[in-house]
Design a protein around this ligand. Sequence first.
Ligand SMILES: [Zn+2]
Length: 444
Amino acid sequence: MTTTRTRRLRTVTVVAVAGGSLALLPFSGAFAGPGHGSGYGNGHGNAHGQPRSVIFVNGDGMGATHREAGRLDQEGFDGQLAMDRLPIAGLQTTDARDPEDTVTDSAASASAWATGVKTYNGAISVDVDGNPLPTLGQQAEEAGLAGGIVTTAQVTDASPAAFFANSTDRAAQDDIARQYLEVSRPEVILGGGEDWWLPAGDEGTYPPRAGDEEDPEVSRSTQGDLVAQAEGLGYEYVSTAEEFAAADSDLLLGLFANEEMFQQRPEGQGDEFDPVVSLADMTTRALEVLSQDEDGFFLLVEEEAVDEMSHNNNGTRMLESMRSLDDAVEVARAYVAEHPDTLLIVTGDHECGGLTIEDVDADDESGPGGTLDPSIAGETESGEDGPFVVAGTGGAYDFALDWTTTSHTGVPTVVTAEGPGSEDLTGYYPNTHLYDVVSSVLFD
Ligand SMILES: [Zn+2]
């Protein structure tokens, strides 16, 4: 972070109750930037005098087809997913501003949401020149709201990082973790990625997976023991389902895997989707903690496996991750029903896999061919998955999933929403528009 920017100090008192003792933790943080750093640093949320909150749900890699496949799989012809029952819908475009690529990665797309500024792939809320930008998570904390991260990815992976940190390189996950503790201080941090919080030699709760040479999963923090640092700052640290169930702190750090809370692989090659703690349960706990802040909160909820299973063209596991995601959306919807001052957004940062839904037949028409030179197009590596049964039809109807790529694509993604400000999410707009809507709900 540069020191030439306008900076403003603040002091927030965090009251943490743990084990019957009361601790007062004075916290000085600083962040301000041109056009974003003034007008709402009063510690009382927004100018309405009416605290508002935002639950921002990212199905990473989730395009319209993933949602529709999830609907057929879970609800059948006449049903709707919880995310699709939200009353407001729109479409967002997701292109990055990258020197080489048209199609976005998760870092550039989340940076667009978190800052309102398009940037290059790999950027964590820095502009195309590498300058840090104020983020929604930082601004929420600065305005006295609570902040939270819930994800099945590493808690320091690109999407959560863009809301609560700044980095020219999404790979610097231990530095991103350090920024969570020293700068943005989200009250709730739940997900995977233990390896980025612990130094080499400290295996933590989850030792390296035996025999996995491709992905050895070893602790790699170059910032020291960040778990110990978090505990020193008053965070309760939990790393198992039992500890999670017993947690009772207002500052909560939970790391439930070395890296992701699942194993991304093609079918039958070690693929696994069985998180230690479900996304829905993490969302429930996060809302219990964050809702205690009378100034409101910003919570990011993310199901990462939609993207990573799509990278692996693994239709079965992708559908499992869609069930996980929609269960978490049900939790969020139940909360919003009781707390109508909360904006709920459910969307995907980009599409992944070039997925489509087809009838089951013997011909895979997406084989070799087309107009791209074979030296560019290479070997066709995508294929069809299924058949998958349409729920409620007793097996009379089924469908196949067909992939066109193992990468992200540039199609627009669906946004559904309810609550204050959601009416501004109808239409067809760039992903930066979500920043405008969320910031105006929280801060105007
Ligand atoms: Zn991806």
